[in-house]
Write a protein that binds this ligand. Structure first.
Ligand SMILES: [Zn+2]
Length: 511
């Protein structure tokens, strides 16, 4: 009878359980792994042999066959080391199999038998619970991540030996790991950067507050050194606190990307990702032979910041369009196709011209009109259609820099943003794909952004006088809706519209 040990593997941000069957035969010694293992899985043989011997167990001089079921799904990585080693120990009677069916186990083995953490622990733990497996044996560094799944008893161990002793224990076993969820959300929900540290730039802070309140994408235009990056970095800190569901989704992505810090339980702070403009398509949207999540998915429920937007390759900006529309990206390979969520706030920054000083009163711009036009043309088009707010970031005045007065703290702004989002959640309750004002389509705008005659008149005049494009019209209404929500007002007032009109600077001055 072959021994059976349960394990798991990821597929995108989801997971499936794998049955590791081990069969021994009295033949010429050998060790083969079947069931679509990749190179890393095949290399496990050397690690398992050394780990078993160095843990004080006997490695059988038999013909060993390990089958990973289901056999038609490709298995990758080193997470099967522990279950395969355990399968051999069970098949040779060195470990009891009485409680074995109640556990899923994963972990990479070092040659000395210690366990190393794996990626994708959270999705595997969630799948184990879904399939009603009661417990998991995991590497110690992955313990807190697995313990996020309620109703699953997680037992972190440091080595193969410890895992074997756990299964062989004939008396009381240790208690499963419990993570205090309330404390986690309370304490880790912190952002090191605060808006109080940014001197001046009150208009920009206000625009970022509006953006956060309606989940609007935003672009900042200003000379170098005006603090665009500093401001963008503080945006996650004024967005509403992450819900548990959001934290789980974001953690899954960081987990399968192998970016979750060891011993981390959950990503509870909204991510801020800031890829360099030399980034490739694949690194931005995800890719590789076994597709890994890209920057747009690592920013899920957080902020993707593209600094120096015109420097990004056109093809790179082009691939952003679909995920911005769908909140998810599907990566297709010949053998498999994987979908990663990518619901992020896009924040872009750029200089007003190639030299950077076009709008700077203190320095002279050396670019000609033709050059500036060409520069602006690089960002036009479909991507700009997804950006509701444009804000000019002026060079910081000396008086503001030297001021001792500190600005409002992020927590205060976050309070207003959260209240505005709550209004939107109530308004859009039961509507599919509609969570915040930025998600509104034309039909929704007609329904939810009703303006009175004075407002209508104001908007018509602005469009005519400032030469605003027709497509700017809907965006102004959406942003005005958010400004009214921030004010806690049901109907959009003329002052909300005037403020929203100010956030279309690219439509009138530069393009
Ligand atoms: Zn210039």
């Amino acid at each position: 009878m072959p021994s059976k040990v349960l394990s798991g593997a990821t597929y995108g941000v989801n997971a499936f359980l794998v049955e590791v069957e081990t069969h021994l035969e009295r033949q010429i010694p050998g060790f083969s792994i079947v069931g679509l293992p990749d190179v890393a899985v095949r290399e496990s043989r050397e690690r398992i042999l050394a780990a078993i011997r160095n843990s004080g167990f006997e490695f059988p001089l038999r013909k060993i066959t390990v089958n990973l079921a289901p056999a038609d799904v490709r298995k990758e990585g080193s997470a099967f080391d522990l279950p395969m080693a355990m399968g051999i120990l069970v098949a040779t009677g060195q470990v009891e199999n009485t409680v074995l069916p109640g556990f899923v186990m994963v972990g990479e083995l070092a040659l000395d038998g210690t366990l190393r953490p794996i990626r994708g622990m959270l999705p595997i733990a969630m799948e184990a619970r879904r399939q009603k497996i009661g417990g998991m044996i995991v590497p110690r560094e992955n313990g807190r991540e697995a313990a996020m799944v309620s109703g699953l008893a997680v037992f972190p161990v440091s080595s193969l030996k410890e895992a074997a002793e756990f299964l062989n224990a004939d008396h009381a076993r240790p208690e499963p790991l419990v993570v205090d969820m309330g404390r986690l959300f309370d304490q880790d929900q912190r952002y090191s950067a605060d808006f109080a540290d940014v001197k001046g730039q009150e208009n920009v802070k206000r625009a970022l507050e509006v953006a956060a309140a309606g989940a609007h994408n935003i672009i900042m235009i200003g000379p170098p050194g005006s603090g665009k990056t500093m401001l963008a970095k503080r945006l996650p800190g004024i967005m509403p606190p992450m819900t548990f569901e959001e934290a789980l989704e974001t953690t899954k992505i960081h987990s399968v990307a192998g970016l979750l810090p060891h011993d981390a339980a959950l990503v509870v702070a909204r991510p801020f990702r800031s890829p360099h403009h030399t980034i490739s398509d694949a690194a931005l949207v995800g890719g590789g032979t076994v597709p890994r999540p890209g920057e747009i998915s690592l920013s899920h429920h957080g902020v993707l910041f593209l600094d120096e937007l015109p420097e990004f390759a056109r093809s790179v900006l082009e691939v952003l369009r679909q995920p911005l529309e769908d909140g998810a990206v599907t990566i297709s390979r010949s053998r498999l196709s994987v979908t990663y969520p990518s619901n992020f706030m896009l924040v872009c920054a750029m200089n007003p011209c190639p030299c950077g000083h076009y709008t700077d009163p203190n320095k002279e711009c050396t670019c000609g009109a033709g050059l500036i036009q060409k520069y602006m043309a690089r960002i036009s088009g479909p991507l700009m259609d997804r950006i509701d707010l444009h804000i000019e970031v002026p060079a910081v005045k000396y008086r503001e820099l030297s001021s001792r007065e500190s600005g409002e703290r992020s927590a205060g702004i976050r309070g207003r943003v959260t209240r505005a989002r709550r209004l939107q959640a109530e308004r859009f309750a039961g509507r599919k794909g509609l969570f915040a004002n930025a998600d509104m389509q034309s039909r929704d705008i007609r329904e939810f952004c009703v303006i009175e005659a004075t407002g209508e008149e104001l908007l018509r005049m602005a469009i005519a006088r400032l030469g605003l494009s027709a497509r700017a019209y809907d965006r102004i209404l959406k942003v005005a809706r958010t400004i009214a929500d921030l004010a806690g007002v049901r109907t959009i007032q003329p002052e909300h519209l005037s403020e929203a009109i100010q956030y279309r600077s690219l439509d009138r001055t530069l393009m």
